[in-house]
Design a protein. Structure first.
Lengths: 789, 266
């Protein structure tokens, strides 16, 4: 037996799961092959907006290998409901959001290119595809609405007849009067028009479903590439198919990335599950990349007007933000929850935000890595840096003058930051980024004919979603706790069942470290089980950087119960009182004596209770716990980006990127660093490369493949300097952790854009929209120099 | 992908005869454009005639006055050929920067030229170096070969056997990559021939073209400054979501200057 691993928290352990991934032994949904397997392929709408006059599936049904063909009217005939939205927002006037039906297969009307029109089930993918081409659909093409800013204008076509002005809701938050008063007494107001462009997530594993129905017990088993199997089960069983949850088992096996796009209950998941009972055979669908572009929930797509009021010293007085958010053709699962964390790291006394959510004939938009915090951080950090430039203040100095300096701190938008030290993060980042040497580096670039700039971003985000009472007050239609179960086996090995789901985050390692550290046993004797509603007690899944903060805390609570129970067993074995038993490094000891029992002896006794006092002590060592956080966690950081721009072409290289983060306590620094790298890659991708473009007239997605949608390559990214040494532990969860999964994507875009604007400022450039492609950078320089000239 | 028949002859005349007899058949070289198109069901050839096993078509021969590259020589082969690197370094350099490593192992010069993607690299070298395309039935001058977007002088069953490049004094290529596809947003090939400079531009228009303003300026003075002194009009250049015509026009002389710098450095 291996030596017990103690003090595992904080150790950079290599990931347990990587061996199977790197050797091709991962088991993804597409790897699951069931007896009698059939394959599903969807016919998708070629039009952005059209009435379906007639569908003729007779030729498809007669085609070789075809098992069945289903359309929207087949589902409507059985009263299969639409897909639900998991978050209810109320408008300023108190009315609930407009929530039009979201049919599983389009019925009577298609509302975006890629909308499902029919499902063909066949013996092979090829036969299903051949049959899809035989389906004849007559469409009456309608005008398409695409543009976010103008979607609510009068005269626009209506995406849903029941949603006037294409508006779902107009939500307001904060003290409007106090904010207006702040602006009234301002010495200076900075105003920005910001586009947070639409992004397409593109996890490396496309979505996939393999659904089967068993007549023997009238139940369904669905393998699906998903981030939260219990949520998928709840939504599909209770809200769409009217099944008892016990009749629906959702298994999310190895999942290759999600970034939010695999949180949701998708139409394909429901259609296959429903159809599997019809055909009495398992049906598998694996999304193809070009299909993913047209059917995975997209991200961001906000158009914002933001204003910041300051006194003459650059102290912030108030901030006002008006955003129009494009939710696409239907409300996706959490589309309406566009949280805003607008206070940033600053003690701004008054904030008012208004968000109008509009429908368009585009793919539904939902949460994508960061989910609201990248949007809010981009607004705040672009405003702050622009304000500094306008007021001739150093960008670090304006931040220092406004930093929150004592905690807990309650923001004007109702959140209470529990801990942090923003000024220390900034100082550390400035030191690592060698801000002192910037002037010399700028001059060296100038000598080469290049322009160099430095940009700051001091982000804060809310993770650890979420206190259920707060989430409920904000409109969540679910609780946001997490569940964990610890099963100690007779020989002392442990299986941990967690409601968190790992799709790249390394939970099998991090969570095992937590348990090994606590129980003083080897990591090799700990197995982490996730992603199966048939095995896990319950779970709310993984998103919003919540796994260690909420899922890890549930595991800690279950470990508390294990320790209590084990102490009672040890006390019985050692003939002592449970109060006198100490537990440390895997050993139970009667305090102050050399009388001990090892963890494995206690666990064996738990299952061999030959002389247990059964009236006082139950056999077994198996505990579960639910943890509902009392607050969000608030990771924060200071990111500095240094760029060099080639004025000939607008080409921009990131020369240095420094990320100093406060994630609280850290379980595995190597995994945390990897998470930050990935987040930075995505954030820099948004800042410099990625953009979904629709044709305004036809509603066709013009960036429908990697030929036109620019994903970041490794060669687009610099070496990162990542530092987490300034962490302040979270004060309200047992591990003191805050979460690190999204920070990189949240903090980096404004740092990059601020840096490019700093580089171009000598030419008179004041603003730049994302993505800062060479063409855009050149155009900004060109426009500035021609106006000046 | 639809089903198709597959042939792999080892003689060119067998390949040509098959295509001649089967109207919907297509030659398959590296397949780097054709196969993805077929996978998306956007092309449905009845048969593919793989020409990569025709021995003579893989050879690269360098003589005193020209370089002859077989039609199915891969980009990687061209990039790594030591004789070719000595003879026309700018051509080997271009081949070594096409696509990525996997594309360069599979993609071929004949396939690239027959496909004539408006953003492909090779057409600019062929036009700039004034190469001759040798087919199974004739010799076609570069100036007569590229007719438009994906359109060449080739007949439907005509097979590119080789491409002959005359040796020149200096040659260099510079491309500005499309951030998404990494194809040339604009690519400029400059070649200093004994009788003057030829400049061919790819990626910027519907088809590769010669830029006479740059040719005139560089023929007088083969220098970076001379290239940068030229103004190219946006006119009919591509204008799309990746770059405006004005931006492409702006990039052409700058990239020409960099290509001159590169040519002079070999």
């Amino acid at each position: 037996m291996n030596a017990p691993d103690t003090h595992m928290i904080g150790a950079a352990i290599k990931r347990k799961e990587d061996y199977r991934f790197l050797t091709g032994n991962g088991q993804y949904t597409d790897d699951v092959l069931l007896p009698q397997q059939t394959y599903g392929v969807f016919l998708r709408s070629p039009y952005a907006h059209a009435t379906i006059r007639h569908i003729d599936v007779s030729a498809a049904k007669a085609a070789p290998g075809v098992v069945a063909v289903f359309t929207g009217s087949d589902m409507a005939a059985e009263n299969i409901g639409g897909l639900p939205c998991g978050w209810l927002i109320h408008s300023l006037d108190g009315t609930p959001m407009n929530e039009p039906p979201h049919p599983v297969i389009a019925h009577e009307k298609v509302r975006h290119v890629g909308d499902q029109v029919a499902l063909v089930v066949a013996e092979s993918v090829k036969e299903a595809k051949d049959a899809v081409e035989l389906i004849e659909v007559e469409y009456d093409v309608l005008p398409a609405v695409v543009d976010t800013a103008t979607a609510a204008d009068t005269g626009q076509a209506l995406v849903h007849d029941g949603a006037p002005n294409n508006t779902s809701f107009t939500w307001g938050h904060g003290d409007k009067a106090a904010t207006d008063a702040g602006f009234a007494k301002a010495a200076h107001v900075t105003t920005l028009d910001i586009v947070n462009q639409r992004l397409i997530p593109n996890a490396i594993e496309p979505r996939a479903v393999n659904a089967s129905y068993s007549k023997s017990d009238d139940s369904y088993t669905v393998y699906v590439a998903n981030q939260n199997p219990h949520v998928e089960r709840l939504l599909m069983a209770a809200f769409v198919l009217s099944l008892s949850e016990s009749k629906l088992r959702i298994i999310a096996p190895d999942v290759g990335g999600g970034f939010g796009s695999k949180i949701y209950l998708y139409a394909e998941d429901v259609a296959l599950t429903w159809a599997s009972k019809k055909v009495r055979r398992p049906i598998k669908w694996t999304c193809e990349r070009s299909e993913a572009f047209l059917s995975d929930a997209h991200g961001r797509d906000h158009v914002t007007k933001a204003e910041l009021a300051m006194d003459s010293e650059g102290k912030f007085l108030a901030m006002r933000v008006h955003t129009t958010a494009n939710v696409g053709a239907y409300l996706s699962t959490f589309a309406s929850c566009v949280p805003t964390l607008l206070a940033g790291q600053y003690a701004t006394p008054a904030i008012y935000a208004e968000v109008k959510a509009v429908f368009t004939n585009t793919v539904p938009v939902d949460a994508y890595r960061g989910a609201g915090r990248p949007e809010a951080t981009y607004v705040v950090e672009r405003l702050v840096e622009t304000a500094a430039r306008e007021m001739n203040l150093d960008p670090a100095e304006i931040r220092r003058r406004n930093f929150i300096r004592s905690w807990p701190y309650t923001t004007p938008v109702g959140l209470t930051y529990d801990s942090g030290n923003y000024a220390a993060l900034l100082e550390r980042a400035m030191k690592l980024a060698d801000v002192e040497g910037l002037a010399a580096r700028k001059e060296a670039s100038r000598q080469k004919g290049k322009l160099r700039g430095l940009g700051y971003s001091c982000y804060i985000e809310a993770c650890g979603l979420a206190p259920s009472n707060v989430a409920g007050a904000l409109g969540a239609r679910a609780g946001l706790f997490e569940a964990g179960e610890i099963r100690v086996h007779p020989t002392g090995s442990v299986t941990v069942f967690t409601g968190s789901h790992s799709h790249g985050q390394g939970h099998e390692t991090t969570f095992a470290q937590v348990v090994a550290d606590r129980l003083g046993i080897s990591m090799d004797n700990i197995e982490i089980v996730h992603g199966d509603t048939g095995r896990i007690p319950f779970g709310m899944g993984t998103y919003g950087s919540r796994s260690i903060a909420v899922g890890g805390s549930a595991i800690m609570k279950a470990l508390d119960k294990i320790e209590d129970k084990a102490k009672k067993i040890a006390a019985h074995l050692l003939e002592a009182s449970a109060e006198d038993i100490e537990f440390k490094d895997g050993i139970f000891r009667v305090a102050g004596t050399d009388r001990t029992k090892a963890f494995a002896e206690v666990s064996l006794a738990a299952y061999v209770p030959h002389n247990f006092p059964l009236d006082k002590l139950e056999p077994g060592l198996n505990e579960n716990a639910f943890y509902d956080p009392s607050n969000f966690t608030y990771p924060s950081g200071a990111y500095l980006c240094e760029v060099e721009v080639d004025p000939d072409t607008g080409e921009t290289r990131i020369e240095k990127f420094t990320a100093v983060d406060d994630f609280g306590n850290i379980i595995n620094p190597m995994i945390v660093e990897g998470q930050v790298h990935g987040g930075l890659g995505q954030g820099i991708g948004q800042a410099m490369l990625e953009r979904a473009v629709y044709d305004n007239e036809s509603g066709q997605l013009l960036t429908g493949s990697f030929m036109d949608y620019a994903m970041p390559h490794a060669s687009d990214l610099p070496n990162f300097t990542v530092d987490s040494s300034q962490g302040t532990p979270c004060v309200h969860n047992p591990l003191g952790v805050k979460g690190c999964g999204e920070a990189g994507a949240i903090g980096s875009p404004p740092a990059v854009i601020n840096a490019i604007i700093d580089a171009l400022a000598p030419l008179g450039v004041k603003d730049l929209q994302m993505p800062a492609t060479p063409h855009r950078v050149w155009a900004a320089m060109h426009a500035a120099t021609s106006t000046q000239g | 992908m639809y089903s198709f028949d597959y042939q792999r002859p080892d003689q060119a005349d067998a390949a040509v005869a098959f295509l001649h007899a089967n109207e919907d058949a297509k030659y398959l070289a590296g397949g780097q454009s054709l196969l993805p198109t077929m996978r998306l069901r956007l092309a449905q050839p009845s048969a593919l005639v793989d020409v990569t096993r025709i021995g003579s078509m893989k050879e690269i021969v360098v003589t005193g006055d020209k370089v002859t590259i077989g039609g199915s020589a891969s980009h990687a082969q061209v990039a790594a050929n030591a004789d070719l690197r000595r003879a026309i370094a700018g051509l080997a350099d271009l081949a070594g920067k096409i696509g990525d490593r996997q594309v360069r192992e599979r993609g071929t010069i004949g396939g690239s030229l027959a496909n004539d993607d408006p953003a492909a690299c090779y057409p600019s070298a062929v036009l700039g170096l004034n190469a001759t395309i040798v087919t199974d039935r004739r010799r076609i001058a570069a100036d007569d070969f590229f007719l438009g977007m994906y359109e060449t002088a080739l007949e439907a069953d005509e097979l590119i056997m080789s491409v002959e490049f005359p040796l020149v004094e200096r040659a260099g290529y510079e491309k500005f990559r499309n951030p998404a596809s990494h194809f040339a947003l604009v690519g400029v090939f400059v070649a200093k021939h004994a009788g003057g400079v030829r400049v061919a531009v790819t990626g910027a228009a519907a088809c590769v073209f010669r830029c006479t303003e740059l040719e005139d300026a560089l023929s007088k003075d083969f220098s970076v400054a001379a290239a940068r002194g030229v103004t190219v009009t946006a006119g009919t250049l591509n204008d799309d979501m990746h770059a405006s015509a004005a931006y492409r026009a702006h990039l052409i002389p700058i990239l020409a200057g960099r290509a001159v710098e590169r040519a002079n450095a070999f």
